[in-house]
Design a protein around this ligand. Structure first.
Ligand SMILES: C=C(O[C@@H]1C=C(C(=O)O)C=C[C@H]1O)C(=O)O
Length: 117
């Protein structure tokens, strides 16, 4: 197995087109599948954002970077034009703040000596 394969995971997800769904049950099943993928992505995103917090000179809420956050939203708006930048900004603000909270909690736990074997 290559290093690339060992150090990366692939997420494959089937996303039915909305037009293909005819019943509430079908649509809810599709939502459940999409949410399962979203949860996995959000969990991994928080972990990766936590790496940035540890590497930046000032991490956590104190090191928040509005320019970078605007870039993220602008890039996402190109892929999600129906949601648009204003709604995506609200969604991503919640996602980013959740990640920062987790990173701060983990930093405090490390400082307090929790989580050491
Ligand atoms: C991850 C970073 O730190 C913060 C969190 C961000 C994120 O979760 O994407 C983006 C910008 C910063 O406010 C970063 O600076 O890149």
């Amino acid at each position: 197995m290559s290093d690339q394969t060992l150090q990366h995971e692939e997420l494959r997800v089937t996303i039915p087109r909305a037009e293909a769904l005819a019943t509430v049950e079908e649509a809810r099943a599709a939502i459940d599948g999409i949410d399962a993928a979203l949860a996995a992505l959000l969990e991994r995103r928080a972990a990766v954002a936590g790496v940035v917090q540890r590497l930046k000179p000032v991490g956590g809420f104190a090191g928040r970077c509005p320019d970078r956050e605007r870039q993220i939203v602008a890039a996402m708006a190109e892929r999600a034009p129906t949601l648009g930048p204003e709604r995506l900004a609200r969604i991503m603000n919640a996602v980013i703040e959740a990640g920062l909270e987790v990173a701060e909690l983990q930093r405090r736990n490390v400082q307090d000596g929790h989580g050491r074997g």
